[in-house]
Each structure stands twice: as C-alpha cells, then as structure tokens.
Design a protein around this ligand. Structure first.
Ligand code: ATP
Ligand code: MG
Length: 411
C-alpha cells in the first residue's frame, strides 16, 4: 500500500507477469500459482474494503456523538442572559440599563432589531442585545390590576367591625383627611398588613377601603412578582410604586406578600437571590415614601409566620391587623349579606346556621349561599329554604373535609 495509490497489488502482479512473459521465463506452473495469488489478493482486497466501510461508519457515529457533546458543553457553559431596559437610542447605539445592578452601558443595536426606548431586552455578558422581550407597559398590564373604584361597600362585609375600624383609621382617614393627622402631629402608617386564614375577607376589605376613599386601587399579587428573569421582579416593584404615585390618591394592595416577603434565604441559589432582590426593592420603595405621597399600601398574607421581620419595621408595614375567622354573630351577618338579594322562604333561620358553621370563613358562607341558590334553580323552585341551605352546608363541609387531607399544606 505504500506504493503509489493508483497502482493496486494486482497491477503490480500483472506487470511482473508481463516481464516474465516478455523474458519468456514463465511456465504453466508459474501462471497457475500467480493466478491463485491474484485470487487471494482479490479476497484480501474485498476484506479491506469492508473494513474501510465499517470504520467510516464508526467514524461517522463518533462524529455525531462528539457534536452532541459539544452542543451540551456549549449549553452548560453558556452564561445566562440578563435583562436590561433601553433608556435611549441614538444612531445605531442604545443606552441600556441592566436590571438588578442598574449598570448602564452603550451597546450597538444589531441590524435586525428595531429597538425603542422603554423596551426590555435580553443581553449577554458582553451587553450585546440578543432579543427583545416586550415593551415595559405590557408587563405592567400583566401584573397589575388597576381598578378605579372597586364598588364594594362596608355593608358588604360582615363581622369585622374592629378590623374595619382599624383599617379606616390607618388607610382611609389619612387619604381623605390628611390635615387631621397634621393637626395632631402624628404620622399615619405607611403600610398596613392584614393577616388571617384564607377567605376571611382581607381582599374584600382592601377593595372596600379603596371604594370609600375614592382612590385608585392597584392590586398585585406577590407571586406575580416572582419572575423568571433576573432583575425583573425588582423592576416590577419599582414600576408598580411609580404607578401608585402617578395615580394618587391610590391604594396599592399587595396580595400574597409572603411570596416575596418571605424570610430572606441565603442558600446561594439564583432563585432565592432574585426573590431577595425583589424584596429589597420593596423595602427601599417603602422607605422612600412619606406621608404626603397620598399612597397607602395594604398587604395581605395568610402566612405571617413566613414574613421577613424587616417588613414590619417602623415606616414600612407598621400596622399589623389580624383578620380573624368570623364569630357567631359575624357568621350571622355574613349569611344575611350573601342572601340579601335572594328570595328566602320563611323557615330560614340564620341563628341556627350561624351556630352550625363554627370555624367556617366568610368565603365558605358565600359558597353555601350560592350552592343553596343552585339547588333552588335545579328544582325550579321560587324560594331558598332552610333545607336548601342545610344541603348546601353539608356539601361545602364535606368538600372542605376532602380538601383538608393531611396532604394539604395550609390547613
Ligand atoms: N367578612 C366577610 N363578609 C362578607 N363576605 C365575606 C367575608 N369574608 C369573606 N367573604 C366572602 O368571601 C370571598 C373571598 O374573600 P376574600 O377574597 O376577601 O378572602 P381573603 O381573606 O382575601 O382570602 P385569601 O387569604 O385566600 O386571599 C369574598 O369575595 C366574599 O364574598
Ligand atoms: Mg385574598
């Protein structure tokens, strides 16, 4: 094989034979053995060819495998992308501000991107724009619910007189009569934190206060603030507080605050670092508030045990109000509220219902009333009877029992 590659061993032999023929030294025996040799060489040749095919197939497989592994390495070693906001655009260059650390850099806008100020973009470690996420306004709209006046009145809330009094004093009064506080020389609380079991009326109270105070009601949920991009949660907090200031007088209601306001963890994961950053932004925003802002913050949680104590320091949520499960009288009131627009039969006994429904929440009672209404509808009846309410009670309690298996986390 070390000879010239164009010449096969067979060619070699035939030239040898040719010389022998020319010199006339070839006898029959020689020819026979030479022919045999040729046969053997042909077989060898075939074998080699087969081996070659086999090897090249193997080589192909290895190549594929290598490529796959290369891709994996690339994915594993690729640095994450960061989120930045475009601040200014000028002559093919963009001034971007990175979320989280607020670092500002100029970067060239890639030809195929139409970048405008206010947009959020993904950048790599070299600050090259990799993709456009969305306009800032889109995210705001997703996360916040803006209700000009929620249309809930205090008389729709049963059994929470003390809680209401406290909320009115710390949220409504400073909004509608700020001079009262000035005169006495006390500062109204910046934020009010309501905590209590699910369905006890925390959200309801926040809405009622907003209606009464004639304020814009901005509602957002802590779990919406836990975003998948680095720096995004903190940015949303900033946005939402800005919006609250723009729309003042306003009430900013942060539901499920435990999702971001949970004890700061230091497990070193990016996820917890991110939640911590969102939380720090929240603290910073609250610290930046003063009484003249005309913005009140109400937060709600049913896991106060999980909250970071830093949130409860003076100047932040310095009023903590417990919203308890309704007592018997409260349940009686709530039954009346939720059956107010129903046509009731004479036998309906609210006292009895209130006695039976110990440990149930206002939300449970609302469901009982609705279920009872459905029973009447199904039998094409005219009035809601005590029987309907009792059946509905049975149904709700048994469903509740099923939900309260030991697997349920929040019982
Ligand atoms: N005290 C109450 N008076 C009248 N209705 C109530 C009361 N509490 C709860 N409800 C009813 O239950 C529904 C749910 O209550 P709400 O959303 O305010 O509970 P929540 O305390 O915010 O619960 P969660 O902790 O699960 O968010 C209300 O829309 C209302 O119909
Ligand atoms: Mg709620």
């Amino acid at each position: 094989m070390s000879n010239s590659s164009a010449e096969s061993p067979i060619d070699n032999i035939s030239s040898k034979i040719r010389t022998q023929i020319e010199s006339d030294t070839l006898d029959e025996k020689d020819v026979e053995s030479l022919l045999k040799e040729i046969e053997l060489l042909k077989i060898d040749n075939e074998k080699m060819r087969a081996k070659l095919v086999e090897s090249s197939m193997l080589a192909n497989n290895y190549l594929e495998e290598t490529n796959k592994l290369k891709k994996q390495i690339e994915q594993l070693t690729n640095p994450p992308l960061f989120i930045a906001t475009v601040m200014e655009v000028d002559n093919g260059l963009a001034l971007i501000r990175q979320h989280g650390n607020n670092q500002e850099v100029m970067t060239r806008i890639p030809d195929n991107f139409d970048v405008e100020p206010g947009m959020r973009v993904c950048v790599n470690a070299a600050f090259s724009i990799i993709s456009i996420i969305s306009k800032a306004a889109d995210v705001r709209a997703q996360v916040m619910e803006l209700i000009n006046s929620p249309g809930i009145d205090y008389d729709m809330i049963g059994g929470l007189d003390d809680v209401l009094k406290e909320v009115i004093e710390s949220v409504e009064l400073p909004l509608i009569e700020p001079e009262l506080f000035e005169k006495i020389g006390i500062e109204p609380p910046t934020g009010v934190l309501m905590h209590g079991a699910p369905g006890t009326g925390k959200t309801l109270i926040a809405k009622a206060v907003a209606s009464r105070a004639n304020a814009t009601f901005i509602r957002m949920s802590g779990s919406d603030l836990v975003q998948k991009f680095v720096g995004e949660g903190a940015r949303l907090v900033k946005d939402v507080f800005q919006m609250a200031r723009d729309k003042s007088p306003s009430i900013l209601f942060i539901d499920e605050i435990d999702a971001v306001g949970g004890m700061r963890t230091h497990d070193g994961t990016t996820g917890s670092a991110e939640v911590n950053r969102t939380m720090l932004q929240l603290l910073a925003e609250m610290d930046g508030f003063d009484a003249t802002n005309n913005v009140k913050i109400i937060a709600a949680t049913n896991r106060i045990d999980l909250l970071d104590p830093a949130l409860l320091r003076p100047g932040r949520f310095d009023r903590v109000i417990e919203v308890p499960l309704p007592d018997e009288k409260g349940r009686n009131d709530i039954f009346k509220i939720h059956t107010r627009r129903m046509s009731l039969a004479d036998d309906v006994n609210f006292e009895k219902l209130a006695r039976m429904t110990k440990d149930l929440s206002g939300a449970d009672i609302n469901i009982i009333a609705k279920e009872a209404g459905m029973f009447v509808l199904r039998r094409r009846g005219e009035h809601v009877t005590m029987n309907d309410l009792m059946d509905a009670y049975e149904k709700v309690v048994s469903e509740e029992g099923e939900a309260n298996t030991p697997h349920s986390m929040f019982v």
